[in-house]
Design a protein around this ligand. Structure first.
Ligand SMILES: [Zn+2]
Length: 119
């Protein structure tokens, strides 16, 4: 369990917990470079990561919103800060939403590494 948490934090493969998932800021490997598992299990597989994305965005933006509310800033400042924060955090939310979804799916419906797995 602790190993999986580490793999989630370091954005690693949900099956072997070692291979990298992303090869650029928003680009993903199609298969795990270590165990060869195909990340996109089926068409539209990553649509479910939107739910993780909403939850993450909510958790990250609500503290700022509450702080701004108590600072009694104007509506313009409030909106601007929230919009800028969303834009800055968007790549982070995108990546962790997919990672969290893949790991959740792997825990609910485990799949072994692919048969041609060299490991
Ligand atoms: Zn892997």
């Amino acid at each position: 369990m602790l190993q999986r948490l580490g793999a989630i934090l370091t954005q690693r493969c949900p099956v072997c917990l070692r291979g990298k998932v992303f090869n650029s800021l928003l680009g993903m490997y199609k298969e795990c470079p270590v165990c060869g598992v195909h990340f996109e299990r089926e068409t539209g597989y990553f649509l479910n990561s939107m739910f993780a994305g909403y939850a993450l965005g909510f958790l990250l933006l609500v503290p700022t919103a509450i702080w701004l509310f108590f600072m009694q800033v104007s509506f313009m400042v409030f909106s601007s800060v929230i919009i800028v924060e969303t834009i800055l955090l968007w790549p982070l939310i995108f990546r962790y939403a997919r990672i969290i979804w893949m790991h959740t799916d792997q825990m609910m419906d485990p799949r072994p590494p692919t048969p041609h797995d060299p490991v």
